[in-house]
Design a protein around this ligand. Structure first.
Ligand SMILES: Nc1nc2c(c(=O)[nH]1)N[C@H]1C(S)=C(S)[C@@H](COP(=O)(O)O)O[C@H]1N2
Ligand SMILES: [Mo]
Length: 412
């Protein structure tokens, strides 16, 4: 036992004094879980950063309209890797718990820095994963803006992760590269010599110490748990896995007109503005840097050339659904208004409040043939909750930018 604990803290310190009896508190188990977590976290961070850049683009950043599936895939990967990381993180924390009781707690400056960096790393990681899951379950008991909190804590967490990787890279290399488990098998040193059983390549022959789970069995279970939570949520965006989607809050084919609704007309406070009676007076206006301002009724819009596109709504919350849209091209509207080349366009909703009441179309996407102001979806006029009478739908855009209940286009 003492040997095992000494192994776990063998970067030079004393063995911890609190007895942790399970052989799973093992340096190599910790290292393997660490590598898996590192891959999940870095992928999740990069895809999250991309999503942030798309939604709040700095001047140098331009997100194209193609490939049409781009955002759907990157955001699906973001939510999937975040979900997969949860069992890995909990297991890793449990495995390394003896390290938190190490004596002395601090050995030197480098060690102190490494230990202090655990606070943003562990705290940040727990915050990121649980706020993310809670947000996509639409349970938001906190008092801060999710997007802002999730974004800034991501940087703090990644900072902690970089320091942690720097501090642990050698230990991890050694532990992962070795074919043996680091800590000795068995209880209290009684089974020091057990040559064949500790070979990583030999599957299934490792005995479980004290009748508990073996290290290999433990890693297998954690990876399986991680796989199960991922497979049972990813069906909200990967159609063939839809039947397995028991944990994901959305089914891609359930909702009015065959796909989910994010914000309903009632929830957005526009239900009273899009009744049949009100729509008689509906006008889509095109203003701003144009040669001719336009004011078009629904009949005017229906008289324009109609185009179709198969485009996905890809929500930041990790669900996505493809639908068949029909309506007018934004490009046609801009040409009709005589908008100068190189301009950016703002598309505004009837909705008066809310952060998603308007969205920006940069020059390229605004002129893309698949960027539509849709009047119909899946063969029928838009349902009130899908943006009746007119909504923006463009390829490779986050759901938040597919503005519903559109009534004004401003050329900037
Ligand atoms: N005006 C307006 N448009 C909006 C929203 C909104 O809150 N207000 N929500 C957006 C979000 S987050 C998504 S995912 C899509 C979902 O479209 P759907 O409800 O038709 O599926 O609409 C987008 N368009
Ligand atoms: Mo969304």
């Amino acid at each position: 036992m003492r040997d095992r604990l000494r192994m776990l803290s063998r970067e030079g310190g004393e063995a911890p004094q609190v007895p942790f009896r399970s052989e799973l508190h093992d340096e190599r188990v910790a290292a393997l879980l660490g590598v898996a977590l590192g891959i999940c976290f870095c992928t999740c961070f990069l895809t999250g950063l991309l999503s942030h850049l798309i939604q709040q683009p700095p001047g140098w950043f331009h997100w194209p309209a193609h490939p049409a599936w781009g955002y759907r895939v990157t955001q699906g990967v973001h939510v999937a890797t975040g979900t997969a990381a949860i069992p890995l993180l909990l297991a890793k924390l449990w495995v390394v718990v003896p390290k938190f009781f190490e004596v002395p707690p601090v050995r030197n400056v480098a060690h102190a820095v490494e230990r202090v960096s655990l606070l943003p790393l562990v705290g940040g990681a727990l915050f990121m994963l649980f706020s993310g899951i809670s947000n996509l379950a639409r349970y938001r008991p906190w008092g801060f803006n999710f997007t802002v909190g999730h974004y800034w804590v991501a940087w703090i967490t990644i900072g902690g992760l970089i320091i942690h990787i720097g501090a642990k890279i050698n230990v991890t290399r050694r532990a992962v590269g070795s074919t043996r488990w680091t800590a000795t098998l068995g209880a209290e040193g009684e089974q020091q010599a057990r040559p064949a059983t500790a070979t990583a390549g030999a599957v299934g022959i490792e005995p479980a110490g004290r009748g508990g789970l073996s290290r290999r069995g433990f890693i297998g279970s954690v990876v399986a748990a991680s796989g199960v939570v991922t497979v049972t949520t990813i069906g909200q965006t990967v159609r063939p896995l839809g039947v397995l989607n028991v944990l994901g809050p959305r089914q891609p084919d359930v909702g009015p007109q065959g796909f989910p609704v994010n914000k309903t007309a009632g929830g957005a406070g526009v239900a009273g503005e899009i009744t049949d009676a009100k729509l008689v007076d509906y006008r889509l206006t095109v203003t701003g840097k144009v040669r001719h301002e336009l004011s078009l009724s629904l009949d005017d819009l229906r008289a324009m050339p109609q185009h179709e596109s198969q485009t996905a709504i890809a929500c930041v919350e990790g669900w996505s659904a493809v639908a068949r849209w029909r309506g007018i091209r934004v490009a046609d509207l801009l040409a009709m208004a005589g908008a100068t080349d190189g301009t950016t366009v703002k598309v505004e909703s009837i909705q008066t409040g809310g952060i998603y009441r308007a969205s920006i179309l940069e020059h390229g996407p605004a002129r893309d043939a698949a960027t539509l102001l849709a009047l119909e979806v899946n063969g029928a006029p838009l349902h009130a909750d899908h943006g009746r009478p007119l909504r923006l739908i463009g390829p490779n855009r986050p759901g938040v930018q597919q503005t519903k209940w559109v009534h004004r286009v401003i050329v900037l």
